[in-house]
Design a protein around this ligand. Structure first.
Ligand code: BTN
Length: 262
């Protein structure tokens, strides 16, 4: 097992254009640090990694639990030449990349949950937080933050998330080399990001649909105080969930939490 440190990560990623590493034992949040570096001109493909985060952040101002010694917390700086409305598609593209990598460890049971979670056997193993700086003319940079529960024991999770979260080690019964995992993630992310830039989200969409189990499910969508229910038909070329309400109305969902109705 390789020690998860800057030297090993740099050696493993040597020669790649993507995955130029900035490593810290501890950061407030890799997204926050990546944002600071991007403001100072850090190039596309820079990857900020920490062994521990003191203020790991999730979507909707949630906390991302980030203890040291076993997980992956990393944020890529991207500079895609796209309009700001397409940025959510980068989250979906990253979900495909992460699901591809996790499937190598767990061939069964990896599933993407719209928009940004990757589950193993129904429990959350990865979250993705995309943040963007944009001007009217376009995106200046995107920070793509990825948190993967790698070598967490069940007892390492807080009581609040224990029933809903899992880790690669829990699912495979073997400790996972975080350096090798990082290399796999960089390769997969770069590959799918290039497909997205070259051919658009429609070229990623098929993989996203194949790796999610959304279509055909009854779902509940919560956003702020509002909840809607209906039948999920899939996602469209823009990455929005397409849902048929019980009234027959077809609705596009672009934000919120989607849960399956039991
Ligand atoms: C979510 O599921 O709500 C998104 C979680 C994203 C967590 C990652 S960990 C690395 C990066 N730094 C952060 O502060 N958040 C993201």
């Amino acid at each position: 097992m390789n020690a998860f440190d800057e030297q090993n990560l740099r050696a493993a990623l040597k020669g790649r254009t993507f995955g130029s590493i900035v490593f810290h034992g501890e950061l407030d949040s890799t997204n926050t640090e990546a944002w600071r570096l991007a403001e100072r001109g850090a190039p596309e493909g820079t990857l900020v990694i920490a062994d521990r985060q003191t203020r790991g952040r999730g979507r909707m101002d949630r906390v991302w639990y980030s203890p040291p010694g076993g997980n992956f917390y990393g944020s890529f700086i991207l500079r895609p030449p796209i309009t700001p409305d397409r940025a959510p598609q980068i989250t979906l593209t990253a979900g495909v990349a992460v699901a591809e990598v996790l499937s190598r460890y767990c061939p069964d049971g990896v599933e993407i949950k719209w928009p940004n979670d990757v589950l193993i056997k129904g429990k959350k193993a990865c979250g993705i937080l995309t943040e963007m700086k944009a001007v009217p003319a376009g995106v200046v940079f995107v920070i793509l933050g990825v948190g993967i529960n790698v070598n967490m024991e069940a007892s390492d999770f807080t009581a609040e998330i224990r029933d809903r979260a899992t880790s690669l080690m829990l699912e495979t019964s073997a400790a996972v080399d975080r350096v090798a995992l990082t290399v796999g993630l960089v390769e997969s992310l770069e590959k799918w990001y290039r497909v997205f830039l070259r051919d658009g989200f429609q070229a990623v969409r098929g993989q996203w649909i194949a790796r999610s189990r959304l279509a055909g499910k009854r779902i509940r969508v919560s956003f702020k105080e509002r909840t809607q229910t209906g039948l999920a038909l899939g996602i469209d070329d823009e990455g929005a969930v397409v849902m048929r309400e019980d009234t027959g109305l077809i609705r596009r969902i672009t934000a919120g939490d989607v849960t399956e109705e039991k």
